[in-house]
Design a protein around this ligand. Structure first.
Ligand SMILES: [Zn+2]
Ligand SMILES: [Zn+2]
Length: 339
């Protein structure tokens, strides 16, 4: 075949040799200006139909590449870019691309200016408008929450929401209110509120109650708002408790319930969540005291009762080796070893 333009004999593409086909032809198509939205609330950028967190020059580069096309005869095989800020709203992006046309490898260059446009993303506009679908309420057991427990639970909630927001921008907390000695989280999503409540229940042995309120109609459908009340149980890990009339040390709380160490025979009992509700708190960590060991025997030790200073003999678990002091709890005058 002959090239219709220069007459050279050989392979032709659309009637021309590749040199003649490429001559003066723009292979890359890119507008002179590419507009890119930036949210004034969260500083995220809208690139390639998605909101994303990125440095402005990286976002600008991606926005330019997302707008890049090649002529129909060519296929882009790889793209490189260099970005330079002209000012804080305009970024010059130079692009080098490798293309393939009819089996030939060709390179081409182009450039554009990416212009930043201020706007507010959907999430921020909802957040600013205090949008919420559910309220997650953290409450103590009949009294104000202890500060350290409250802080631990709050951090857990914030971590859960942050993790969920990585994959879904619509997951957020609109506001947090301190109320009735507890906390109210206004959550953007019902499912987020539910899964967070369930997590707190597992982690802190809390009891969750879900309720819904009709708040109106939208397009003819009833609209509900959920409330997840997460109430801490009266007991906490490390408490001395009564279960079926006997004293135990609460040594584990988990989703299957909990584990109790008998302070009579030192055996471990597992109890289910339902049974957990019936345990009674006899004392907390603050009520457990140190007692000086004065003598050690095979299955017993003698200690000085820290409350009465009398010498008391205590049974010890098998294989138990005591330090100079041991932890004890006084139950109605009877001293119990907390091994
Ligand atoms: Zn030619
Ligand atoms: Zn935003």
């Amino acid at each position: 075949m002959f090239c219709v333009k220069c007459g050279v004999d050989g392979e032709t593409f659309k009637g021309r040799c590749m040199d003649c086909f490429l001559e003066g032809r723009k292979l890359l198509l890119l507008p002179s200006f590419v507009d890119m939205d930036r949210c004034t609330g969260c500083d995220d950028f809208y690139v390639d139909k998605k909101w994303r967190t990125a440095a402005p020059d990286v976002a600008a580069e991606d926005a330019a590449i997302a707008s890049l096309k090649a002529i129909a005869e060519a296929r882009i095989t790889s793209v490189g870019a260099q970005t330079r800020a002209q000012d804080d709203k305009n970024y010059l992006v130079k692009i080098d691309a490798d293309l393939e046309i009819d089996g030939h490898d060709v390179t081409a260059e182009t450039e554009t200016v990416v212009r930043l446009k201020n706007t507010v993303c959907h999430r921020c506009s909802r957040q600013l408008g205090n949008y919420y679908e559910a309220i997650l309420q953290l409450r103590g057991s009949g009294k104000d929450m202890e500060k350290d427990v409250r802080d631990a639970m709050m951090n857990r909630v914030l971590d859960k929401v942050e993790a969920a927001a990585v994959n879904n921008r619509q997951m957020f907390i609109s506001r947090v209110e301190e109320i009735h000695g507890g906390l109210d989280f206004y959550m953007s999503s019902m499912s987020l509120s539910k899964s967070t409540a369930r997590d707190l229940s597992h982690e802190f042995g809390a009891i969750v109650k879900e309720s819904s309120t009709l708040v109106g109609k939208k397009e003819g459908e009833d609209m509900y708002r959920l409330t997840h009340l997460v109430r801490l149980p009266p007991y906490k890990l490390g408490d001395v408790v009564e279960h079926q009339g006997r004293p135990y040390h609460l040594v584990q709380i988990n989703k299957q319930g909990g584990k109790l160490l008998s302070l009579n025979d030192f055996l471990i009992t597992s109890i289910r969540p339902m049974e957990m509700h019936s345990i009674k708190v006899l004392g907390t960590d603050n009520d457990i005291a140190d007692a000086v060991v004065v003598a050690r025997y095979e299955n017993e030790i003698q200690v000085l009762n820290p409350f009465t200073y009398a010498t008391v003999t205590l049974r010890v678990p098998e294989g138990y080796t005591s330090e100079e002091t041991v932890r004890v709890f006084s139950l109605e005058g009877e001293l119990l070893l907390i091994p």
